[in-house]
Design a protein around this ligand. Structure first.
Ligand code: ADP
Length: 256
């Protein structure tokens, strides 16, 4: 029976299915109904994988919403992110995941098993939610955080707390500071939080950067510059948890 991995995140629900050559992935907003978003992801992935809708698949669920969905198996997001990141970037011994409402660092054994981890799920600062809130105040979108022109001066943001950072951003706009400089400063503050988290359990070696925020090349480059370590954001970075769930559910080894 085909194995589907579903990562029910706070913001986005991701699905992954191995088609014998590569992973097919899909994404849908979690919204207020994680059970429904997970069912939607399974239906989407079956369509993409050309599996008739009345054929059974074995589902392994992970992510914050995994317990509300009737999956065949549930596995913690730390274990799944580690397996997915190890598959995507086999040389990395550290995973940095920045998602919608939390961030985490996982250190790995060479075979991809979890050696240690640390999570920030208490504070929105340093997560995708922080950037989304700030984008709303700046009257821009997340896409504007991706296309910051090279050479843009960085406006440092001194407030570490989301609420105070909002007031600071509003004040900077009122002083006429260009939006791109503020966006760069906000990305820098997310990068600094990630570096602080990294430094608590991981000192050296390549880093695999996963989660939705890994799609931001400027953020990746800032973390690379601050750590002096190679930071890789694989193309399927946001799907690492779902891919890991599919790998664990199917008992798949790298190279299968
Ligand atoms: P979760 O698993 O917690 O639902 P994800 O890892 O799926 O989170 O990431 C979702 C987050 O990714 C969104 O909150 C959004 O802020 C962020 N995101 C998506 N695209 C981008 C982008 N291009 N740049 C920065 N952040 C992004």
């Amino acid at each position: 029976m085909p194995n589907v991995g579903v990562d029910i995140g706070s913001t986005a629900t991701k699905g992954a299915l191995w088609n014998g050559r590569s992973f097919i992935c899909c994404i849908t907003p979690t919204g207020w109904a994680p059970r429904e978003s997970a069912a939607r992801a399974v239906a989407q992935i079956k369509r993409r994988g050309r599996i008739p809708h009345d054929h059974d698949v074995r589902v392994t669920a992970t992510g914050y919403g995994r317990n509300v969905f009737s999956a065949d198996r549930r596995v913690t997001e730390i274990t799944c992110h580690a397996a997915g990141a190890h598959y995507l970037v086999p040389t990395a011994r550290t995973v940095l995941d920045i998602g919608g409402q939390d961030s985490k660092v996982i250190s790995l054994y060479p075979d991809g098993r979890v050696a240690d981890f640390m999570m920030n799920d208490k504070c929105a600062a340093g997560t995708g939610r922080f950037l989304q809130n700030m984008a709303a105040h700046l009257g821009c979108t997340l896409a504007d955080f991706c296309g910051i022109p090279e050479g843009t001066p960085l406006q440092p943001i001194s407030s570490m707390c989301t609420v105070f950072a909002e007031s600071e951003v509003i004040g900077l706009l009122a002083r006429g500071v260009p939006k791109e400089s503020i966006c760069l400063g906000l990305l820098d503050s997310v990068a600094q939080r990630a570096v602080n988290l990294l430094s608590r359990i991981s000192e050296s070696g390549d880093i695999c950067f996963t989660g939705g925020c890994a799609q931001n090349e400027t953020l990746r480059a800032l973390i690379e510059k601050k750590t002096g370590r190679r930071v890789t954001s694989p193309k399927l970075a946001q799907y690492a948890g779902a891919i890991g769930a599919a790998i664990i559910g199917g008992g798949m080894q790298r190279g299968d």
